[in-house]
Write a protein that binds this ligand. Structure first.
Ligand SMILES: [Zn+2]
Length: 468
């Protein structure tokens, strides 16, 4: 009896540890109508439905995310059908639509309480994890209140003052003064300040793996650069989203009153802005590995709700394209498997003096460029400084996009609906089509958070007291 029970437990454990659809279908579903105590809110920045499909086609399998699809979200902001990440992040963080470029404030510029702030007020542990810069729009929307997303020095200070338990993301330079190799002009060294108040600060994957205590601040990227796109990442010097996710869950999991954790796949958007098909596919697959970890955690701790939803689509990616006389009913996603670098990295290598054709053939994995591709690349490489990067990105994107048979409508964002994914207690509530603001209200309701009270506290209304 004991032996067979152990066998069953071992089998269940194996399933729980196996990321993927098989595991999703094989174990009993959690009570979708119950209330969670932990929320893992995941945002694949700039990831529209076509990016998901492309990643699935390239990998030749279903994504973990695919098993969690429950609905869709309309993404428009207060002033545009095409949102930016600041307004979209604000909608998810506060439940209020604001204007593009505004963060954590309403269209009139008044501060709005966020899910993370309300979670702190309730005594939950909190975390922000991203492959973008920590002070970039999406994570910033949950902790900062500024009328302009570019005020990143101010955002870093606001982020520090929130006393978030786990902060992991890119761009150390925003946290250090110019005198210490950073970019801050106010002379503040926020890394030193964090250490002075007892926080752990790490800057390498090895130190991240070794971190055992809270609060934890991890700032990654080589030199003044962002964390590289997954396809370019130096695995010894920059952590993956999955590595950061695993550490955040390890440290927040034991929190006695539960936790609120935001995880952003921050650079799908950047690959989309570059119209980079291999870059997008690799970023989505890296994001999906983080989803697998979140899902495995939620299976071990069934009081955990996982929600994944993009803030908007980027690039206007279209799957299917007529090229010359070839059939428009054929795609070649497998052609992207040969790519070794993002179009951003390739264009940088050419700007640094690399031979354009050699760099392009090595980076895209294309054996030999066509004559017109070679000509377009050399024309772009010879263009004036101000337009050279853009031209190179376009020429390199075209080499890959034409082969895989995809098109792009823009180098910006688009207004298409994005997929909504949920698992765990309360996940039933996310079914169907929602406004992006609904997601914040649903999470607040399920966790018992009061966003209005948080807004009143921020505005210093009568009867309100500062939290700290
Ligand atoms: Zn963007």
């Amino acid at each position: 009896m004991i032996a067979s029970r152990r066998l069953v437990l071992t089998a269940l454990l194996a399933l729980a540890l196996t990321p993927g659809v098989a595991a999703a279908q094989a174990s009993a579903p959690p009570d979708a109508t119950a209330r969670p105590r932990n929320v893992i809110f995941m945002i694949p920045d700039g990831c529209g439905p076509a990016a998901i499909t492309l990643a699935r086609l390239v990998s030749g399998r279903l994504l973990v995310l695919d098993s969690l699809l429950v609905g869709a979200v309309e993404t428009h902001s207060a002033d545009s059908d095409v949102t930016d990440s600041a307004a979209a992040g604000t909608a998810y963080a506060t439940g209020v639509k604001t204007r593009n470029r505004m963060l954590g404030v309403d269209p009139e510029g008044r501060p709005l309480g966020t899910l993370l702030e309300a979670a702190k007020t309730r005594g939950l542990a909190t975390g922000l994890v991203t492959t973008a810069d920590l002070t970039d729009a999406t994570p910033a929307a949950f902790v900062a209140h500024v009328a302009q997303r570019t005020l990143q020095d101010s955002i870093a200070i606001q982020m520090l003052e929130q006393h978030v338990d786990v902060l992991l993301g890119g761009d150390l330079s925003r946290w250090r003064p110019v005198s210490a190799g950073g970019r801050r002009r106010d002379r503040r060294d926020l890394v030193a300040e964090q250490r002075a108040r007892g926080g752990i600060v790490v800057t390498t994957p090895a130190d991240l793996a070794a971190a055992r205590e809270l609060p934890l601040l991890g700032l990654f990227g080589i030199g003044l650069d962002q964390i590289a796109l997954e396809i370019d990442r130096d695995t010894l010097r920059e952590p993956s989203l999955a590595q950061m996710t695993a550490k955040a869950l390890e440290l927040l999991g034991p929190a006695s009153r539960g936790f609120f954790l935001l995880i952003e796949g921050g650079r799908i958007d950047d690959a989309g802005h570059d119209d980079d098909p291999a870059g997008v596919a690799r970023e989505v697959l890296a994001y999906d590995r983080a989803v697998a970890l979140a899902l495995a955690f939620a299976r071990r701790d069934p009081r955990t709700l996982v929600v994944s939803v993009a803030d908007h689509e980027t690039g206007g990616l279209g799957l299917g394209r007529r090229v010359g006389r070839a059939s428009p009913y054929v795609m070649h996603p497998e052609s992207l498997l040969a790519a070794r670098a993002s179009v951003w990295r390739m264009s940088g290598d050419i700007l640094d003096g690399g031979d354009p054709v050699t760099v392009a053939e090595h980076g895209t994995g294309v054996d030999s460029l066509e004559d017109d591709e070679r000509a377009a690349l050399l024309t772009a490489a010879a263009a004036p400084d101000t337009v050279r990067r853009h031209g190179l990105l376009q020429a390199l994107s075209e080499i890959e996009s034409r082969r895989v048979r995809v098109g792009w409508s823009t180098g910006g964002h688009t207004g298409v609906d994005v997929g909504l994914y949920a698992f765990g207690p309360g996940s039933e509530r996310f079914r169907g089509l929602h406004e992006n603001t609904d997601v914040a209200h649903l999470i607040a309701e399920l966790l018992g958070l009061d966003l209005d009270a948080e807004t009143a506290r921020l505005r210093g209304g009568p009867g309100t007291t500062p939290r700290r």
